[in-house]
Design a protein around this ligand. Sequence first.
Ligand code: ADP
Ligand code: MG
Length: 702
Amino acid sequence: MSEKLTEIFGIDVFNETKMKERLPKTAFTALKQVIEKGGDLPLDTANVIANAMKDWAIENGATHYTHWFQPLTGITAEKHDSFIEPAEGGKILMEFSGKELIKGEPDASSFPSGGLRATFEARGYTAWDCTSPAFIRRDAAGATLCIPTAFCSYTGEALDKKTPLLRSMEAISKQAVRIVHLFGHPEVKRVDVSVGPEQEYFIVDHENYMKREDLMLCGRTLFGAPPPKGQELEDHYFGSIKERIALYMRDLNQVLWKLGVLAKTQHNEVAPAQHELAPIYCTANIATDHNQLVMDAMKKVAKRHGLECLLHEKPFAGVNGSGKHDNWSLVTDTGRNLLDPGRTPNENIQFLLFMTAVIEAVDKHADILRLSASNPGNDHRLGANEAPPAIISIFLGEQLEDVVAQLIATGEAKSAKQGGSLTTGVRTLPTLAKDATDRNRTSPFAFTGNKFEFRMVGSSASIAEPTTYLNAIVSETLEKFADELEAAENFDQAVHDLIKRSLTEHERIIFNGNGYSDEWVKEAERRGLPNIRSFVEAIECLTKPESIRLFESQKVYSETELRSRVEINYENYSKVINIEARTMIDMASKLYIPAVIKYTRQLADSINAVKSACPVADISVQEEILTEVSALLAESRKALKELSISVAKAQEFNIASETAMFFKFDVFPKMEALRAPIDKLETIVDAKDWPVPSYEQLMFEV
Ligand code: ADP
Ligand code: MG
């Protein structure tokens, strides 16, 4: 198996090795040049590459190609074209031109554009992103050559998540290179953003899933009483993996490895039926594409196993939800990780400067980061005592916190605490070298050794936006730093002053304690840190003057693009809650309420039957249950009516932000009011009369 793995890894990717084998040297060099330095590929070179790509794809069974892109829906989109061209005698040729490789023209009018495009203005273009390799995806459609592309409108605005990401990578590279040059490394030409996203997910049985309208339409349960056993025994986390899941993971790994995804770690997560997959990190753009492939493969492979993969942030109330940790760092083209402190971070001034830039950026633009991790699903997690809190803070760990304290006090750090060693008290066990820093699970933004880990991101979200925003805010700070340092007469002194000044100003964002505690909420408020409680309340930060200045100065988003993102965010929230509310109405009226009515009828029949058979028998239990069930039934019906009225009212607003606010503050509470009595009923009504699989079945029947 391990030998075979080296053979199958990347087999379906048109990677550098294959390009080198199959392309004439001049074409290969020209392409490498564009990948590394940018610029346009001459059309005849593109023709040569397209032809080689097509031959390779056809040899591997492909009949179609597609420009694969990432519209603002958050998932990927594709339109397949076969390679066929008519030839003489009723025959066909298999063709693929450089033009078709470089540019596509899908109809843009049916993708979210946030007002950038009216329905009648349909033109949009996809453009080949040659920095992310083409690949063959295999599914029931056969083999399809997928070409990663960016997607923009006729007027040039980005209609996707990839374009701003690529822009942000260029921005931060430019500024980071300036800093690195100041530290005497002129050989560095580019700084890459590296990203490793850890992906959490749930797996449930397909049969159970199909009986739950809420799971099918919304990806999460909208009703459901807590099972007798949840995650309290902590026996699922890192537990032995069930055979059926293991088989699924094995298959999933094979699919991903063939696609060149460096799937590395797999384990059971905290909640029952919850798992995680982590790849080895790579360049942000490819990591983002790969994470989309991971999510897609997770779902498809699950179906092949009679399972369903839930990527929603909160499929079940009462147990942990799922997130995605966006591990982020900066690496030079000479292979140096700029966030690696080394053993003595106090002496590593270049590291300290980059660390300082991240701290300043995160403090200045905490609201933007908060938004980048927000979606309707993540509202159930952030600040709800399980995932990181909604307040952004940075965990540095003991060692760096101590270094920062020294820097603030004197402008110089003379020492760095070392981890030392750890003895277990057992002679036969090895002495372990201890890290200089413990972990902190509650921090939304933690330094973890040689990278920052942004842990607020939702499990279903693309990592494009969190990474784009992070790149942009750090890039802005690095630019400011570079301007100041390039103008300084005494560089060493200027760096010292800058680090001391910036850390003193932005120290408030550093917090090493328990982010779940109530004291932290108060402390954060005292420090003046924003505590934005929900997605809809976070959206408006994108068009604050300082945000517009930030994104425009870094050339990541234009103001028009930002305004369109705001619009899309509000619309997205309203649409999701609207669907959830309507699904609840449907389930309550057609499933739960009828089932409970039937059950009351059974109880009443039983009471009458017992009464007539034995007038002196004690029927108080049946009567008590009937009374309680009937009361809850009445409460459900009332809540259902109120929810229906609220949903109808929500349709009357014309302004996206107002609609979203109404959904958040009027519709959503009414959804919870409907859920409460029905969940209570589930604990009383005979299990065989309950119309949908229970939490217990969903979480434990795999
Ligand atoms: P943990 O989060 O438990 O510390 P790891 O250190 O293995 O686990 O890292 C988790 C994720 O972070 C993996 O996807 C890993 O590849 C990624 N990662 C590790 N180093 C870096 C780095 N320098 N830049 C970006 N991601 C990284
Ligand atoms: Mg981690």
